[in-house]
Design a protein around this ligand. Structure first.
Ligand code: C2E
Ligand code: CA
Ligand code: CA
Length: 398
């Protein structure tokens, strides 16, 4: 594998990276040696020197944080660079628990040390005693890490035992209030803790990569339920919306998996909507463009979730094949009392329409808000007023 990696040559005294730089690669020393130091006010404090065969810069590479130490060549040095893309690819393929374990260890390492990039081999055990960290803080860190690992293990068990359930919330067209479609929202029916909200576990499933398996389960369940759900709509172009997370987008094989699931369950692509947030797109612009293009190519439409909470604005998202925007609940809730929200919502609707997109308002809790939205020309509404997320009990095919 090493023969495919790039090499970089540094002259004596030359910096490889400096504290604060954004880290996007780790280095293996092929020839020569380097010195690692941190700044202490105006002074430099040397923390170590390493040579041939050793690795540095790996922490920032994995956890996407800026470098917290500087490294310079002590002699003419040849380094093999390991780029984040390669590392991400390797991490993607690894077992989710191993991946999570690695991230937890790195997080702990960050908090305890707060000074970077010392290769493990150069750290002496007595260095830990230099750390300015109390026993209570250590216990907290350890407690959080253990909690996360337990939850990650429970998620794996929940997938195996079929403890997840899909609830559906109606999305109504605003002129008549007829049901046009549904959003699929996951719940965890925990044997001890009862019904758990997605807000309590999706974040971790995203970190561990388990969201990929959860996402495929969700998509398949929604496709299987669609014939029954469809019969409960009253709209010429009905749809079911499924949430996609960033980790699903950057994983391998998403398009093939989506295609396979849709074919298996005879899901008409035009009746499937995939929801993702602005942040997901902005953080992965190239992957997003490629994948969203392919998803759009299948005939499915894309909805921009939680619109207004990011900072990009619709115009910068124009190159993506987005058919729907979902205005975030935060703006809808304040609609009546806040003239500012009123302006934001009204102009978002107009802009979306001028770009050929339709608009869903999230969190429509009262008839009054429905009427205001209708007057503004909003197309669809979702919220307590039209119906809460509910199980599909009748007629489910397993
Ligand atoms: P979201 O995609 O923004 O989903 C809408 C959330 O707003 C849902 O919360 C829904 O129950 C809630 N909601 C709908 N109408 C109203 C209303 O009138 N008032 C109020 N106060 N809330 C309303 P829920 O089901 O707890 O889901 C929370 C988030 O979890 C979702 O936010 C979504 O980001 C994530 N999520 C849910 N299911 C999935 C899934 O299958 N996959 C992924 N990746 N994320 C999911
Ligand atoms: Ca959503
Ligand atoms: Ca939303």
């Amino acid at each position: 594998m090493l023969e495919h990696l790039n090499r970089e040559v540094f002259a004596t005294g030359e910096h490889i990276f400096q504290e604060g730089d954004v880290g996007d690669c780790a280095y293996i020393i092929e020839e020569g040696s380097v010195q690692i130091y941190v700044r202490d006010g105006q002074r430099e404090r040397v923390v170590g020197a390493i040579g041939k065969g050793e690795l540095f810069g790996e922490v920032a590479l994995i956890d996407h944080q800026p470098r917290t130490a500087s490294v310079r060549a002590l002699e003419n040095t040849v380094l093999v660079t390991v780029h984040r893309k390669l590392m991400d690819g390797l991490l993607e393929q690894t077992n989710p628990i191993v991946r999570h374990l690695l991230l937890v260890i790195l997080e702990r390492f960050r908090v305890t040390r707060n000074k970077e990039a010392l290769p493990t081999v150069t750290r002496r055990s007595d260095e830990l005693t230099e750390l300015n960290i109390s026993a209570a803080q250590r216990d907290t860190i350890r407690g959080e890490a253990t909690q996360k690992l337990t939850l990650a293990r429970d998620i794996t068990r929940a997938l195996a035992k079929g403890e997840f359930e899909l609830y559906y919330q109606p999305i109504c067209e605003l002129t008549q209030g007829h049901v046009a479609g549904f959003e699929a929202l996951i719940r965890w029916n925990h044997p001890k803790d009862g019904l758990i909200s997605p807000l309590d576990f999706i974040w971790l499933a995203e970190q561990t990569g388990q969201i990929r398996e959860i996402g495929l389960w969700t998509l398949e369940r929604a496709c299987m339920d669609w014939p029954e759900l469809r019969s409960r709509t009253n709209y010429p172009a009905p749809f079911v919306s499924v949430n996609l997370s960033a980790t699903q987008l950057t994983g391998v094989g998403l398009i093939d998996d989506v295609k396979t699931i849709m074919a298996l369950h005879n899901m008409p692509p035009t009746e499937l909507k995939l929801e993702l947030t602005e942040t997901v797109i902005i953080n992965n612009p190239d992957v997003a463009l490629d994948l969203l293009g392919k998803l759009g190519g299948l005939g499915s439409t894309l909805a921009l979730d939680d619109f207004g909470t990011g900072h990009s604005g619709l115009v910068s998202l124009q190159r993506y094949p987005i058919g729907t925007i979902k205005i975030d609940i935060a703006f809808i809730r304040k609609l009546i009392e806040s003239p500012q929200s009123m302006t934001i919502v009204r102009s978002s609707i107009n802009l979306a329409h001028s770009l050929g997109m339709n608009v869903v308002a999230e969190g429509v809790e009262t008839e009054e808000i429905w009427r205001v939205l209708l007057e503004m020309g909003c197309d669809f509404g979702q919220g307590w007023h039209f119906g809460r997320p509910a199980e599909l009990k009748v007629g489910r095919k397993n």
